[in-house]
Design a protein around this ligand. Structure first.
Ligand code: PFF
Length: 434
């Protein structure tokens, strides 16, 4: 009776869901602008090296942790030692804080998507964005709609909800991305954008490149929230997860690169700035959409793309507290989703309003949105990952030989898990706090 936990229908469903979690705004909204601010191709190279080496270790550890314990985050840590329960709790806190700012951007995407369906005629994108984000009603309602969609599908359960969404949205996302790339590459001077993505300028490389690429890699892989632990806990016994980990890493790189190939040729073709920061998608691209033939349709396709990416990731974050509430409090999934809906709404509304009427509320010079982003990305994610590696390596005794047939790889993995990755993460954690 004990084990009435849901499981994925197939290995394919699990991989698709894990890709859905990994591929999100981090790849399509954040990656291009962070790359733009950090020197283009040289950032891409650093990101690829880190994600395939250092990040592989905690990714594997988190999936194995879930697969071995078959519990929600708190239960999983408790199974290793009751004193470790607190770390599972920390995962849950992270998985509530990240959506609280992630869904704000999700709300913006919904608003722009609807705008593109109606009439994408934005004369002055800077002014348009600034008017919108300062409008408390429009932004709050958009965020709540985004949150509602995520919790609605979550409430339907693993198979009817999460698998259903991923089965449709990931292929749709891939198709739209390819169509948009084709459109972007057909613009005059598209090669300048391609050069920017692929031709490294090593003079732009510095320690900040490594730090930012590392943070980006963790965020895009969804490592450190417990989302992969929870998804991993729904894997059936016989399913092999090593290839799944490779697939997650590969798709994360692929979608980030494809997002760059979609965005930068268009940006360069119109002589716009590649390093315009977070506004790249909401300010720079609308300028492009306004100037190209069928710009309205292309804008719709683009915002549907962002919407799909954000929803599949958003659901995976919320699955962490959902599994915890269902398994710890023994309540129904529906009740858990309602609680989560209100908890996330309570934090994300002030975050939404921090671009407007609550903009004056600041702590250490940061707005509510920035505080949530900073505390999750710079503190909680690395901290959770350090704890995860140490506990998986020293207490749960996850070993490289469970993963690799090759002894040398197995040994490297062991050393990575127990020493190298925690040490590197501690350094990053320290630097990120300054
Ligand atoms: N990997 C997601 C992205 O790149 O947008 C973000 C994310 C999803 C972070 C799920 C954490 C998480 F648990």
């Amino acid at each position: 009776m004990e084990n009435k936990r849901p499981t994925w229908s197939s290995r394919y469903s699990f991989i698709l869901a894990a890709i859905g979690s990994a591929v999100g705004l981090g790849n399509i909204w954040r990656f291009p602008y962070v790359m733009g601010q950090n020197g283009g191709a040289v950032f891409l190279i650093t990101y690829v090296i880190l994600i395939t080496t250092l990040c592989f270790v905690p990714l594997m550890a988190e999936l194995m942790f879930g697969k071995i314990t078959k519990k929600d985050c708190i239960g999983a840590y408790e199974q290793v030692n009751t004193k470790f329960k607190i770390f599972g709790f920390l995962n849950n806190v992270t998985a509530i804080i990240i959506p609280s700012f992630y869904f704000v951007i999700g709300g913006w995407i919904i608003y722009y998507m609807i705008k593109s369906f109606v009439n994408f005629n934005i004369e002055n994108p800077v002014e348009y964005l600034s008017n919108f984000i300062q409008n408390p009603y429009a932004t709050s309602i958009s965020t709540i709609i985004f949150l509602f969609i995520c919790t609605f599908f979550m409430a339907r359960g693993i198979k009817k909800g999460i698998e259903f969404v991923n089965n449709y949205m990931i292929p749709l996302l891939a198709v739209i991305l390819i169509v948009l790339i084709a459109a972007s590459l057909n613009l005059p001077n598209a090669n300048l954008g391609l050069e920017y993505v692929f031709k490294p300028d090593f003079s732009k490389f510095n320690s900040q490149t490594v730090l930012t690429a590392m943070g980006q890699a963790f965020f895009t892989l969804s490592v450190g929230t417990g989302a992969l632990l929870t998804y991993g806990s729904y894997i059936k016994e016989d399913k092999c997860i090593v290839q799944s980990a490779y697939t997650i890493i590969f798709s994360s790189i692929l979608f980030s690169v494809l997002a760059g190939i979609m965005i930068f040729p268009a940006v360069f073709s119109f002589g716009l700035e590649a390093n315009s920061g977070a506004g790249l998608v909401f300010v720079t691209l609308p300028k492009v959409f306004m100037q190209i033939p069928h710009g309205g349709i292309i804008a719709s396709a683009f915002f549907i793309l962002l919407f799909c990416a954000a929803i599949t990731s958003g659901i995976s974050m919320l699955e962490v507290p959902c599994a915890t509430l269902v398994e710890r409090l023994k309540i129904s999934r529906l009740k858990a989703c309602i609680i989560i809906f209100f908890a996330v709404a309570l934090i994300s509304i002030p975050a939404t309003l921090s671009f407007g009427i609550l903009g004056n509320i600041k702590l250490f010079g940061k707005t509510i949105f920035d505080i949530l982003d900073f505390s999750a990305s710079n503190i909680l994610l690395p901290l959770n990952s350090i704890i995860l590696c140490l506990i998986a390596g020293w207490f749960l005794k996850i070993k490289g030989e469970m993963i690799f047939k090759n002894d040398i790889f197995a040994k490297i993995f062991d050393i990575g898990l127990k020493y190298i990755v925690p040490m590197v993460l501690i350094i990053i954690f320290y630097l990120g706090l300054r």
